[in-house]
Design a protein around this ligand. Structure first.
Ligand code: SF4
Length: 369
């Protein structure tokens, strides 16, 4: 995360708070000096590229800037335009996405690239409503692409924007109802440069108005900021207490044949980890499985033996605990799967939870995450 010198505020005397109309000006001035250089961002004088904006915004959902950087460069190197991405195999895209998680994003990315190519001639639409209709693009992403790539006066509200505005105006509404009030304030202060304005707010949220220990002394909006005056910045945005995540349990079945190949299968296209490759397992349910019960549900008849250890993984809505049964078999594979030799594992679109499972089983292969 970038740090800023303690002397980099707008230069406004804290005793003379700027009028709301000045807020955009001091922020843009700060952005000109301290905005982040990001691989997907147009440099001064460059025309923004909607494909880059879109690709980065999809990758950045639930993922940090530092993690996304190499993935973004790799995607752009391999598929320099949205048309190139549309022509790619879904498997290749899922494979390149490995490690970013939330694989529905990768599937939608591919679908969206195809839609933009087929319906819009390979150019992302400018209109927020048209963008919103594309696969995988929600209200925030549609507004961000329209503002950043096309300079439209839309209002993209992400976590950074929520934090900065709720502090600036001490907005007490808990998330997610806060958005409407933020939109009202943002419309009033947005200048003629929406792209720079929003990127500046996002940078301010990421580097200065941080969730913890905000650097108010260096903030261009400090003189106008209500939470700064009250000393209550960290208590915004107000949060509704999150519900505890449930834990689900499953038993996976790892079968090797005489050549050491492992039997894998593809998950259904829709739903969690859709289209990804997996080691077969029981249903993931809210009560732990007894071994005898799990053996009944196995895709092979085999002499199953328990493998020591448990794989734990957290998804958006639940924690998962997987135990493992292993077996050697020379018999034919069950329907709907395939034998994968150890050297082929690295080429499979295996989600992180499955890599953990294969590590537990001692399977050789490239499992870096
Ligand atoms: Fe955030 Fe502090 Fe700036 Fe207010 S003064 S916007 S709380 S960093």
């Amino acid at each position: 995360m970038e740090q800023h010198n303690a002397t980099t505020s707008s230069g406004t005397d804290p005793g003379t708070a700027p009028e709301p109309g000045e807020l955009a000006a001091v922020l843009l001035d700060w952005y000109g000096r301290h905005g982040r250089t990001l691989p997907w961002r147009a440099r001064p004088g460059e025309t923004p590229d909607a494909y880059r904006v879109w690709l980065s915004e999809i990758m950045l959902q639930q993922t940090t800037v530092a993690t996304v950087g190499p993935y973004f460069q790799a995607f752009l190197g391999r598929w320099p335009t949205v048309t190139d991405l549309a022509a790619a195999d879904l498997d290749a895209v899922l494979h390149a996405w490995q490690g970013l998680g939330y694989y529905s994003r990768a599937r939608n990315l591919h679908k969206c690239a195809r839609t933009v190519t087929e319906r819009f001639g390979g150019r992302f639409p400018e209109d927020e409503t048209d963008l919103l209709a594309l696969p995988g693009i929600g209200p925030y992403t549609a507004a961000a692409i329209a503002a950043i790539a096309y300079g439209k006066r839309t209002i993209p509200i992400d976590g950074n924007v929520e934090r900065v505005f709720s502090r600036l105006f001490t907005l007490d509404d808990p998330l997610p109802g806060l958005k409407k009030r933020i939109a009202g304030h943002a419309s009033a202060i947005m200048p003629d440069r929406p792209a720079d304005f929003w990127q500046a707010v996002m940078d301010l949220g990421a580097t200065v108005c941080r969730p913890r220990n905000p650097l108010c002394l260096t903030c261009p909006w400090a003189p106008a900021c209500a939470a700064n005056r009250e000393g209550t910045a960290e208590s915004y945005p107000r949060k509704v207490k999150a519900k505890a995540k449930p834990t689900r349990y499953g038993v996976a079945f790892l079968v090797r044949n005489g050549e050491g190949a492992i039997w894998l299968r593809r998950r259904p296209e829709s739903g969690l980890l859709g289209g990804m490759i997996e080691v077969p397992s029981t249903e993931w349910r809210e009560t732990p499985w007894k071994t005898a019960e799990a053996v009944e549900a196995a895709p092979f008849e085999a002499s199953w033996a328990a493998v020591d250890g448990t794989v734990r993984h957290t998804f958006t809505h639940f924690h998962l605990e997987l135990t493992l049964l292993g077996a050697e078999t020379a018999g034919p594979a069950a329907d709907g799967g395939f034998w994968c030799p150890p050297q082929g594992l690295a080429d499979q679109a295996l989600p992180t939870v499955m890599k953990k499972l294969l590590r537990l089983a001692g399977a050789k292969g490239a499992y870096s995450s």
